[in-house]
Design a protein around this ligand. Structure first.
Ligand code: ADP
Length: 475
């Protein structure tokens, strides 16, 4: 444990130059997209000259965003391993109980050390502990220390030139609470998300850890079964299960680890997780799958909705239970038709619950919030409603409560219009879901099995999307 006695002495920064402890991309599984994104840094650290000669601006830092235990630290280490550069790390929580001036001098030393052994990678775990937005929710003076640490970090990041060969990676689960100054260009200006693994990813992670264990069957015999038993588990939980299973087998004086040991280990780890956060039940999972399938199918058959990239029921952090990801709409202007179709697609989740499961859940809250905002905007800001007319009442960012520049009669008209518009969109959504009932069920069941579906899976089940996706961007 750290006490006040080692202030200024014991460096927290761990430099790992020992080649034997090196981690490579092959040691990190189930996050191929993140690996691909982080490759750019590897490329740069290996060939800095190529970038410099061309005058290219080199990325300085990236945020690795994802729930705890998903391998952010591991991936940062692997990036150092692949680039054959030293890895220096520090954790935001190390700064929690420090005296004034210590935090900032630690940061200064860390960067100094990194520059000395450049090219190198710095990893700041739990950056939110230092990087929380300044001037927010503090009662004690301890905030000053955090602020001065954060300021030092900003100074260091601005200070080292892009040619100094230091790349800073930082891990967090809460990019939303970070000080905006950290996210400016030249600092952590890119985000790489690392989600919890889907069933295929879990299978791959299990295989990594099963290799180290003496088993009574082929590793794949275990990995497939175990992956199916562990939805919502992060890589760290999987490593934990494998270790537990070996311990349980050892305690029983077994020569090999068997499936029953893994079963017991899974139960034990689930027990531990349930204390930390709610583990999703089978029924809830089914509801999420039908809900997400509803979004996917509705969007597929609406001309002006955005084409879908992937839909998944892998829980992400504490927020959404599942989610569907669309090609981001980059248009600055949106038509009434686009907004209508977007509204229907957003309501697709609730509609699927109602039509296919016969009961509705609280899972649509976030969707309904979006729909409410979108529809109010059309009626009261964009002048889309004939009844309200070509008037625009911009809302304050923090909500609808304000001195309204319109009469209560107008307020009534706006409210009624919004209600009617949403009802109309829901009617249309229900129609689509009713017509495509079987397909919604098919996709939901496949989601339960595979957890993540990509566009090509949807093409297989739903047929090519009946509209050209380029149409919308030509607006
Ligand atoms: P984070 O930094 O996201 O909280 P870590 O990288 O510290 O998570 O993960 C903790 C441990 O869990 C790792 O050291 C590794 O043993 C295991 N682990 C987590 N994610 C993965 C993964 N994707 N592949 C392999 N092992 C993983």
């Amino acid at each position: 444990a750290r006490g006040i006695f080692n202030i200024g002495k014991a460096p927290i920064n761990k430099v790992d130059k020992n080649a034997k402890n090196k981690i490579y991309f092959k040691d990190v599984a189930g996050c191929d997209e993140a690996k691909q994104e982080i490759m750019e840094f590897v490329h740069f650290l290996k060939n800095p000259k190529k970038y410099e000669d061309l005058g290219a601006k080199i990325p300085k830092g990236a945020l690795l965003v994802g729930p705890p235990g998903t391998g952010k630290t591991l991936l940062a280490k692997a990036t150092a391993g692949e680039s054959s550069v030293p890895f220096l790390s520090i954790s935001g929580s190390d700064f929690m109980e420090m005296f004034v001036g210590v935090g900032s001098s630690r940061v200064r030393n860390l960067f100094q050390e990194a520059r000395q052994c450049a090219p190198s990678i710095i990893f700041i775990d739990e950056i939110d502990a230092i990087g929380r937005a300044r001037g927010r929710g503090g009662f004690s003076g301890s905030n000053d220390e955090r602020e001065s640490t954060l300021n030092q970090l900003l100074v260091e990041m601005d200070g080292f030139g892009t040619t100094s060969g230091v790349v800073v990676l930082a891990g967090t689960n809460r990019p939303d609470i970070l000080d905006k100054a950290l996210l400016r260009p030249g600092r952590f200006d890119r985000q790489i998300s690392i989600d919890k693994p889907d069933i295929k990813g879990r299978d791959q992670i299990f295989q990594i850890y099963l290799k180290k264990i003496k088993l009574d069957h082929e590793p794949s015999y275990f990995s497939q079964r175990l992956a199916a038993l562990t939805p919502g588990f992060a890589g760290a939980d999987i490593a934990n299960i494998c270790n537990e299973a070996a311990l349980i087998a050892a305690r029983g004086d077994e020569k090999q680890v068997k499936m029953e040991h893994f079963d017991a280990a899974v139960d034990r780890v689930i027990g531990g997780l349930e204390k930390k956060y709610k583990v999703i039940s089978k029924n809830e999972r089914r509801t999420v799958a039908y809900h997400e399938s509803g979004h996917a199918v509705t969007g597929w058959f609406l001309e002006h909705a955005e084409p879908l990239l992937k839909v998944t029921i892998v829980p992400r952090g504490t927020a959404a239970l599942g989610f569907a990801q669309y090609v981001p709409n980059e248009n600055l202007l949106m038509t009434k038709e686009q907004l209508f179709d977007m509204t229907c697609m957003t309501l697709g989740g609730r509609a699927a619950e109602q039509v296919l499961l016969g009961k509705i859940s609280t899972g649509a809250q976030n969707d309904l919030e979006k729909v409410t905002k979108m529809t109010y905007a059309q009626v009261a800001i964009y002048g889309f409603s004939e009844k309200v007319g070509l008037l625009s009442f911009p809302q304050r960012e923090d909500g609808f409560e304000m001195n309204k520049p319109y009469s209560s009669k107008t307020a009534n008209i706006i409210d009624t219009e919004v209600r009617e518009w949403v009802a109309k969109a829901y009617e249309q959504t229900l129609k689509i879901v009713e017509e495509r009932k079987e397909q919604v069920a098919q996709i939901a069941e496949l989601l339960l099995e595979k957890e993540t579906l990509h566009q090509e899976d949807l093409v297989r089940l739903l047929g090519e999307r009946p509209f050209k996706s380029s149409e919308m961007s030509n607006y």
